[in-house]
Design a protein around this ligand. Structure first.
Ligand SMILES: Cc1cc2nc3c(=O)[nH]c(=O)nc-3n(C[C@H](O)[C@H](O)[C@H](O)COP(=O)(O)OP(=O)(O)OC[C@H]3O[C@@H](n4cnc5c(N)ncnc54)[C@H](O)[C@@H]3O)c2cc1C
Length: 419
């Protein structure tokens, strides 16, 4: 009855916690020797936060995250295009959190070993493939070990080895010509703290949000920021690697003039201790995630551009839906098929929207095209009602529209929780 999980990122660890909660035996195999707090900031929308609360992680999440209060778009001249409240301030029953990815991963890891015991995770165990047999599946590890189980879930990220076996001709992730530089800087909190901002347009953009609450005396917070620049597609860029350090002189001059009375972008960039660079990549949507007793989840299934603040959240939702369908269909391939039928159309829609400028940030380029980012009243450039409709459309697509989410029953009914 054992489920084998390949990958101990946000997706794999949340799945482990979910299976423990509903009493399904599992083993998790993580490639790195030691799970360490890697990455910078991510956002968890209320739909994903709700699931972490259902996993009994409210205090832990609160200890590492900032409850995001506001979200907004600003032109390259610092002018306000659109602002909206977030989390409970927007009427959701659950908050939105901005959090350090590494802190979230460690929080999930510690909760999992506390609850299910250290033995449920094997580190230094890289999955390289699988075999589908009648009644069982075998996870193949790089060291030659063969581990048999009932189902295999690939949570091994954008470079998934198991996806590569399913789709041997797929090749590398697809670059869209943009490079992201990501870092954190101790800096003055703007807009009272807990505000996420996107500034600029398609070719040059900054996203910033605090991942700590401001110090009450100094107003200093840890600000997570991403500077983004578009290159010619014929330029060769280095392979995506979440941990490659960058030189700020590659992009600082592009943002030299971005000093507004509420945020000083050049100072933010110069204040970072270490900056990571990453080409903006995704993959084409797949026609199937499930092959017999093996399925894909998280970034292994649906890697997308980080423009809608829901990549990590979708990985969490995947884990919970897998748990729910296992309860419906027991530990069978039918459960995997049912999970895929529910989530794949949503993830495909989000991935396509993020690619086509249909993400929530699409308004930035629209305003740049219409007026170069300079205006007195945004309503004269894009009517307020259009901006509101665009924002709502993406939330509905990604599954976090306020009304629908508040009315939705739990993904996993409380009556089924064993722990
Ligand atoms: C080191 C790192 C840093 C990141 N930093 C950021 C960030 O700053 N901001 C952001 O928005 N997103 C970041 N991400 C991506 C983000 O975590 C994911 O987009 C999202 O959370 C979905 O999570 P996931 O668990 O599906 O994939 P991931 O978070 O990528 O996790 C995949 C896990 O599988 C492991 N793994 C990989 N290959 C194998 C294999 N063959 N066998 C076994 N295990 C394997 C990896 O070590 C990792 O622990 C980062 C990912 C990684 C791995």
């Amino acid at each position: 009855m054992t489920i084998l999980i390949a990958g101990g990122g946000i997706a794999g660890l949340t799945l482990g916690l979910t299976l423990h909660q509903i009493g399904v035996p599992f083993r998790l195999f993580e490639a790195t020797e030691e799970i360490r707090p890697m990455g910078v900031g991510i956002n968890l929308q209320p739909n994903a936060v709700r699931e972490l609360l259902d996993l009994g992680l409210a205090d832990e999440l609160n200890a590492i995250g900032v409850k995001t209060r506001q979200y907004g778009f600003y032109s390259k001249l610092g002018k306000t295009i659109w602002e909206e409240p977030r989390g409970k301030w927007a009427g959701y029953a659950w908050p939105q959190y901005s959090v350090h990815r590494g802190a979230l991963q460690m929080m999930l890891y510690h909760a999992l070993i506390r609850r299910a015991g250290k033995g449920c995770i094997t580190t230094g165990a890289r999955a390289v493939g699988y075999e589908n047999n009648t009644g069982s599946a075998v996870l193949l590890l790089e060291n030659g070990d063969r581990v048999a189980g009932n189902l295999i879930i690939a949570a091994d990220g954008i470079h998934s080895a198991l996806r590569a076996q399913m789709y041997p001709n797929e090749g590398a992730p697809i670059w869209n010509g943009r490079v992201l530089w990501r870092a954190t800087t101790e800096s003055d909190a703007y807009f009272g703290g807990a505000a996420m901002v996107m500034i600029g347009h398609d070719s040059l953009r900054v996203v910033a949000y605090p991942i700590s609450n401001p110090d009450p005396e100094t107003n200093i917070a840890t600000i997570n920021w991403i500077a983004e620049k578009k290159f010619d597609l014929s330029d060769a860029w280095k392979k995506e690697d979440w941990n490659r350090a960058a030189d700020i002189n590659d992009f600082l001059p592009d943002f030299a003039g971005w000093k507004f009375n509420w945020i000083d972008v050049p100072a933010l960039i110069k204040g970072a201790e270490v900056v990571y660079e990453y080409p903006m990549v995704d993959r084409d949507p797949l026609e199937r995630w499930t092959e017999g007793r093996v399925t894909l989840m998280g970034d292994a299934a649906h890697p997308t551009y980080p423009v809608g603040s829901n990549g990590a959240g979708q990985a969490i939702i995947d884990a919970r839906v897998i748990g729910a369908r296992l309860l419906d269909h027991e530990v069978t391939p039918q459960a995997l098929e049912a999970y895929e039928a529910e989530i794949r159309p949503i993830a495909t829609g989000v991935g396509r929207a993020n690619r086509a400028g249909g993400g929530p940030d699409g308004v930035l380029q629209q305003v740049e095209d219409l007026c170069g980012g300079d205006f007195v009243d945004i309503n004269d450039v894009v009517p307020h009602a259009d901006l509101a409709a665009h924002a709502e459309k993406y939330k509905t697509l990604a599954g976090f529209s306020v009304k629908a989410l508040n009315a939705k029953p739990r993904i996993i009914a409380e009556s089924t929780w064993k722990h």
